[in-house]
Design a protein around this ligand. Sequence first.
Ligand SMILES: CCCCC/C=C/C(=O)SCCNC(=O)CCNC(=O)[C@H](O)C(C)(C)COP(=O)(O)OP(=O)(O)OC[C@H]1O[C@@H](n2cnc3c(N)ncnc32)[C@H](O)[C@@H]1OP(=O)(O)O
Length: 300
Amino acid sequence: MAVRTLLGLLRPWQQFRTTIITLRGKTLVEHGCARSMSTDTTTDNLTLSLDSKTGIATLEMHRKPVNGLNLEMLTDLNIALEKAENEKSCKGLVLTSGLPKIFSAGLDILEMYQPKPERLAEFWRTLQNMWMRLYGSRLVTIAAIAGHSPAGGCLMAMSCDYRVMATGKYAIGLNETLLGIVAPFWFRDTMVNTIGHRETERALQLGHLYGADEALKVGLVDHLCDQEEVVKAATEEMSRWLKVNAVARQLSKSAMRQATIDKLVVRQEQDIEDFMTFVQRDAVQKALGFYLQSLREKRG
Ligand SMILES: CCCCC/C=C/C(=O)SCCNC(=O)CCNC(=O)[C@H](O)C(C)(C)COP(=O)(O)OP(=O)(O)OC[C@H]1O[C@@H](n2cnc3c(N)ncnc32)[C@H](O)[C@@H]1OP(=O)(O)O
């Protein structure tokens, strides 16, 4: 009761901080004053910071070696996204990576290979929630992609409002079929909404990974620039979006995206069941084992 009364007196972000402690058994490391998001918030997996002058937050992923999305990383992403969302002065979010040559290698395959069922279900639910949060964010969201972005990495990028990608030998796309797995309907829907039905159909079947030029051509990304300029270009683009009336922009975004999100909302439990059944099939486990092996052998 005392805790509830105290929570009632706290602002949303302060309640949020308390929730972190309750949910994870450990708190985020917050540098400086805990009363403002203008100070950095850092975990093992990411840093969230807000420029209080511009209202632009930067969410930088840094889970070594490749920003693989495991349960802990996804939990941190959910917490960070909710924190940015709840901070009134925050208007936009740049999603980027602090690791060289990698945006995100997508889902951590080790979460799906020889999994423990309970953790597998939690992992998938946390991913679903992260996607719904990012795709439906009130904020202007821009992905600054200075490295590879396959599968779940591509999903995160596509869930933003705009994508800036580095020129160079980086690849982006939904390559699930190359692993012997199938992108779920909400991954597919997000891609259809980004590049259209026919291009998605081709890309999904082939597990096609686009180079930067090709990604620009089909509209999978919106702008290319030098690797070092990616975050700057994203921030510059952001200021254009922030000049638009926020309510009108948010309502337009929601009008375009909410039906896609609602499709998952009503099928969330079924989707978890489907995922668990599929992933635990012998053939799928075998395929994931081979793929992991090929990644390891590539390193020699
Ligand atoms: C069943 C329903 C469908 C679910 C939908 C699935 C969505 C997904 O996201 S599945 C994951 C798809 N991701 C990939 O296919 C990417 C695989 N990785 C790569 O292609 C490369 O690692 C790279 C291009 C992203 C980076 O290349 P490079 O810089 O050369 O780094 P390494 O390949 O040497 O990798 C370093 C280290 O990390 C391990 N690793 C890479 N990706 C993943 C991953 N997604 N999950 C787990 N581990 C990964 C890799 O095996 C290396 O490990 P060590 O050899 O032990 O150091």
